[in-house]
Design a binder for this molecule. Structure first.
Ligand SMILES: [Zn+2]
Length: 390
């Protein structure tokens, strides 16, 4: 295929993907969830002659798996790319793709339909000219990455395995080998109501919470466990919501906060959580009037920290170098499906076109040339993986 034709094909395919509404069904304004996107990819897979399966993860929300199988395959390479997007934005983050100055605008353009288009193009090339050394190649489109990552977890629990995986997310084509994990939970303080004309008869749960917040900030706002990490910097903690009180003339008897901890790879989430509880026990020992409860986390995800000398990293760096792209390894602050793949023993690198700056924003775009280059990177990485035997 000539260069001009490839560029046209990239624009056409990415436009098709962007025009499919696949807003995560747990998010505002969602209508269909990921199903139509999943169906579209399944259709392309069938046209390519691949093995295709769709598995419902949540009601009406199927993952899709395309597989290029080779008779003598000993190893498997996986592309993991999510199907869902965040809610639609204005004209330049909607369902009608706008192509202008080499960019394609629309919701999902960089997060992460650009990666999906690149992986589909790479698969087309791999089907046309399969790697010689018996390697299976799979593309998993996952639901629910933007919320609870139930798509990738379901696939792994259902027995999906691979030796190496590229996770498609906007990294500006930089190989990303590390990102933080996250722990989110709620803390409640309880007191006793009283009329505010006699506050001495009550116990103010909001005042109790100010002590809790002080402890959290002093101990964990930046770091506090391990680190810093060479690619991810320090772990952080943010108290992000607070609710409390009944009305203006009543001493509040309850206050609740939600906390978001970005853990470093290698920072054990369970140990961190125990450290928080121990600090709160110390607080209560100092201030016995405080009644505080630390609820179990409602979200817990690991970080990713692939060894810089892992074979997959070498293959990705080789592919970048061949295209004249920077191949220094980076870390990113956001989480990905890789948080589930890496602990399952799958060597994981995150790589895709576009910048996280444009993801989830009111104007989302990707450079079409980056998508085209990414298709070559993906294709070349698989070939290097297949040829190397490691
Ligand atoms: Zn994403």
């Amino acid at each position: 295929m000539g260069a001009a034709n490839t560029a046209d094909r990239v624009t056409q395919l990415l436009s098709q993907l962007v025009s499919i509404d696949s807003v995560n069904l747990d998010m505002p304004g969602a209508t269909n969830g990921e199903k139509r996107h999943s169906d579209f990819i399944a259709g392309l897979g069938r046209e390519m002659g691949l093995e295709v399966s769709q598995t419902e993860v949540l009601s009406g929300r199927p993952n899709v798996l395309l597989e290029l199988k080779q008779p003598d395959a000993r190893r498997k390479f996986l592309f993991d790319i999510h199907l869902d997007t965040v809610p639609l934005g204005g004209e330049r983050a909607g369902l009608d793709p706008i192509v202008e100055d080499g960019r394609l605008y629309g919701r999902g353009a960089c997060d992460t339909k650009g990666s999906m288009a690149a992986a589909l193009l790479a698969l087309e090339r791999l089907v046309a000219d399969p790697p010689a050394d018996g390697c299976d190649v799979a593309l998993l489109g996952t639901v629910d990455e933007e919320y609870l990552k139930r798509g990738v977890d379901f696939a792994l629990h259902s027995g999906l395995t691979a030796d190496a995986a590229l996770v498609g997310e906007p990294t500006n084509l930089r190989p990303v080998t590390a990102h933080k994990g996250v722990v989110r939970w709620e803390i409640v303080t309880r007191g006793r109501t009283a009329h505010t004309s006699r506050p001495d008869r009550g116990v103010n749960a909001i005042y109790a919470m100010t002590h809790v917040i002080d402890v959290l900030r002093e101990r964990f706002e930046v770091g506090g466990m391990v680190g810093p990490h060479p690619l991810c910097g320090e772990s952080t903690l943010t108290v992000s919501t607070i609710r409390g009180g009944v009305q203006v003339n009543i001493v509040p008897d309850e206050c609740r906060i939600e906390i978001d901890r970005r853990t470093l790879p290698g920072e054990n989430g369970t140990e961190f959580f125990e450290a928080v509880k121990s600090e709160l026990r110390d607080l209560v020992a100092r201030e016995p009037w405080i009644e505080v409860e630390c609820l179990d986390p409602f979200l817990y995800e690991d970080g990713v920290d692939t060894a810089p000398d892992a074979p997959l990293v070498r293959h990705v760096q080789g592919a970048c170098e061949k295209l004249g792209l920077p191949n220094a390894l980076s870390g990113v602050p956001y989480g990905t499906d890789g948080a589930s793949l890496a602990p399952a023993g799958i060597e994981t690198v995150i790589l895709g076109p576009g910048s996280i700056e444009q993801a989830h924003s009111p104007v989302e775009w990707v450079e079409l040339e980056q998508v085209e280059k990414c298709a070559t990177l993906y294709d070349d990485t698989v070939r290097r993986f297949a040829a190397s035997g490691d």
